[in-house]
Design a protein around this ligand. Structure first.
Ligand code: SF4
Length: 372
């Protein structure tokens, strides 16, 4: 039974030039209708369903921090009523820094939110402008301060690298200044450009302002070195945390556990089936129990997913535990591939556990597709 729930809040004050998420802008008048629909979806999906209380809840988007906290409260109350939320649950809300005020952050705490994930992306103003963000470095820092003033200490910062106009020096500055805030969690992802994004039109692939693959690789190396030096531990390819502050919600995904999903385009993995809701805003409102895709996960797919997700974590895959859970001996099944990657210093084994090396982490997207 899922013990995690993802709730998608698609509203944003502004559409960033690189964004390919399910996002809507200039539809503030429809926020109440949307939130009522999400609450209805929760009620109808969960009523008459045996469920266990949730250990993690994640409000993602979009910018959940943009909407009136009272609208969130309505959704959260429905989750409490129909699923139950454990006393020690991790309840995360994603937000842009400029959506945070002390009053709003206090209201989030009153609702039961105990972790913030703040998308700062960069602390260099010219990079923020280049990527079409609607906040400055100063606003980003003020947002973090407001969250702290309201009592949040479990704060995760998101950064991006491989940005237009970004250099190794500016990335170093960004990492050092962000880490000097002393926050317990950092995620950093390489920019991926959607085919139709305005950013790609402004900075076509190969344009001199865009870091090439070698520079992006150096940025990743710098990320790992700087985060470790600042006392964070790496627990996944792109995620770092102080002990006890790893994202429990994201670990649900990486451990291949089931989870609920509610809201526009939300993905779920329930009863061995992955599905996701309509991505069109109006279609979702009209048919909130419908789905855009549905896939029954057979045993073979489950095994492959567990390999790919497990290897992204620094804990790696314990071969004995994997065999007990999935009935597959990885050395018998993929012995040749594992030996080849070990020779290439992409994999290593310790205590019967298979892990990616630093080089393997850097090339993880390429390496892990070999198991698909
Ligand atoms: S704030 Fe986040 S979700 Fe909203 S448009 Fe920008 S990148 Fe996309």
């Amino acid at each position: 039974m899922p013990k995690s729930a993802y709730i998608h809040i698609p509203f944003c004050a502004h559409k960033c030039d690189f964004c390919d998420f399910a996002v809507v802008t200039n539809l503030e008048s429809r926020i109440p209708e949307y939130c009522q629909t999400v609450a209805k979806e929760i009620r109808e999906r969960l009523s008459n369903k045996e469920s266990s209380s949730l250990d993690t809840v994640f409000y993602g988007g979009g910018t959940p921090g943009y909407i009136d906290p009272q609208e969130l409260a309505q959704i959260h109350q429905t989750l409490i009523e129909y699923a139950g939320i454990n006393k020690n649950a991790e309840v995360t809300l994603e937000t842009t820094p400029n959506a945070i005020t002390v009053e709003k952050a206090s209201a989030w705490r009153d609702i039961g939110i105990n972790r913030l994930s703040i998308g700062i992306e960069s602390v260099n103003d010219h990079e923020l402008t280049a990527m079409g963000r609607d906040h400055t470095r100063a606003q980003a820092l003020l947002g973090v301060k407001a969250a702290q003033e309201a009592g949040f200490s479990n704060i995760a910062i998101d950064l991006m690298y491989g940005l237009p106009e970004q250099t190794l020096d500016s990335w170093q500055t960004c990492l050092e200044q962000t880490l000097s805030l002393g926050l317990p969690h950092l995620s950093a992802y390489a920019l991926t450009l959607a085919t139709n994004s305005p950013l790609l039109r402004r900075y076509p692939l190969g344009s001199p302002q865009m870091p090439d693959d070698d520079l992006s690789a150096s940025m990743y190396e710098m990320l790992v070195d700087t985060a470790l030096k600042a006392g964070l531990e790496q627990y996944e390819v792109s995620n770092f945390a102080r002990p006890g502050f790893s994202s429990r919600h994201n670990l649900t995904y990486w451990q291949n556990d089931e989870y609920y999903g509610f809201g526009l385009s939300a993905h779920r993995y329930v009863d061995g089936t992955r599905s996701h809701n309509w991505r069109s805003f109006n279609r979702y409102l009209d048919d909130y129990l419908g789905h855009e895709s549905l896939e029954v996960i057979d045993r073979e797919t489950r095994v492959k997913e567990a390999i790919i997700l497990g290897l992204r974590t620094t804990a790696g895959i314990n071969l004995q535990e994997f065999e007990t859970s999935y009935g597959v001996n990885l050395l018998s099944r993929f012995g040749e591939k594992i030996a080849e990657f070990t020779d290439q210093q992409l994999f290593y084994s310790s205590d019967n556990t298979l892990k990616l090396t630093r080089k393997g982490m850097l090339l993880s997207n390429l390496v892990l597709t070999e198991f698909v």
